[in-house]
Design a binder for this molecule. Sequence first.
Ligand code: FAD
Length: 458
Amino acid sequence: MAAIAIIGGGLSGALTALHLIRMNSASPLSIYLVDKQARIGPGLAYSTNRSCHRLNVRAGAISIFANDPGHFVQWLATHGGSGDPGEFALRETFGRYVEEQVREYSAARGSAVLRIVSDEAIGCRLHSDGATVSLLGGERIEAQHVVLAVGNFPPSSLPMFEKLHGDSRYVPDPWAPGAMERLAACSRLLFLGTGLTMVDVSLGLEELGFSGQMTAISRHGFLPAVHTPPYEYPAFYEQLCEEPTVAHMLRTVRSHLRDARRCGIAMQSVIDSMRPYIQRLWLVLPEDERRRFLRHVRHYWDNVRHRMAPQCGRVIQQYMESRQLEIIAGSVTNAIPHDDTISVEYRKRGELRQQWAEVEGIVNCTGPAQDYSQMAYPLIADLRQQGALCCDALRLGVNALPDGRLIDSLGIPSDVLYTLGPPLRGVLWETTAVCEIREQAAALASSLLAALSKELVN
Ligand SMILES: Cc1cc2nc3c(=O)[nH]c(=O)nc-3n(C[C@H](O)[C@H](O)[C@H](O)COP(=O)(O)OP(=O)(O)OC[C@H]3O[C@@H](n4cnc5c(N)ncnc54)[C@H](O)[C@@H]3O)c2cc1C
């Protein structure tokens, strides 16, 4: 029987499995969905059970089926939600929704059988008929195709926090289960990063009873923008495409932002109008222009593109007004642990003078690690060693074709290994949100089934 192994049962892996079942392959198919976590569907983003962690997208825009945009809203209405498409639902609720959909589809009788394997994939050897996936528990899975739906990795380790290695007052991964509880009683904390992870961390700490001071520091000190009421700003794709340079695109966007401001339209609406074609724009940018974007524009982009739900924005605003949260633009250069405190050395942006602050705990809020060349996870190391997995040129993810086929160290696209979601960041730039992953999962399922039927004929 044909087999597909999907490594990772977060949103990307779960939706790929769901679509494989839904598309009902012409011949019997085994789908192995491997995850070291017990729950299938929520993954890292939607496993949280905190009532302060909300989706950063309106319910009406986050159905898991691109062709049925009201699906989540309808599900919500029958699961205690308001049925309002403008609602920013809890992430935990969205996780239950995905989990329930996968469960329902996997119970359906069809040609595909889903087998959930609760284990860690530690190796993947390619051979002429596909690949053998090895699991930590000793089992091996033979499959014609393997999908690496490995998603978000814990943040990279930071050299300035080297002396805090193993110190319980330093949280290197705020998403690790129980990681934040130990800081709840502190009176002063430092967060490295001022993006959505920092927002999650500060809101979550309050739920744990934390009432101390928080300082968040990042190079530009930008906070994520808050969602504004939706408004359909007209697309300007053709104008952006006139010249594939960051300078031209930036000029064009700025001119639209000025026009929008004059008409009282929020900048968020201008950015939203670009969203459907960001991947196409990224694909036409030459590599040096992509680097230019990362160097000069990324921080502005991240700030307006990755937004807070209005409820979260209001709480952050209150923290800042009451001076419970201070945001600093600058960089941390050193951290020295003492018995009672940690001395943190930092420099404000534009200043030469180093300053010191005393804190009781530090959280790495820099977001998921992206550089696959540095990752020591056994599966990634094994694939890297074989030359089957390489970083993309910008080290934002893996080298692959836009359709998810991995490109090996010789530059040859694989017909066995595929990926989707966060690992495609370097290839597509915008590839981590539900609206992108749902489309990729459906397209990938369809190409996998097409490849299997072709192999069957041959
Ligand atoms: C905190 C957070 C909040 C977000 N909020 C939103 C939002 O509100 N709206 C939105 O559109 N997007 C949001 N996103 C973005 C997006 O939806 C997620 O990044 C997306 O869920 C990615 O899913 P994934 O399955 O690719 O990755 P993950 O959720 O990281 O899942 C990967 C899975 O792979 C498993 N795995 C990895 N390696 C192995 C291995 N070797 N063996 C077995 N299992 C393995 C892991 O255990 C994990 O369960 C958010 C992201 C984060 C991080």
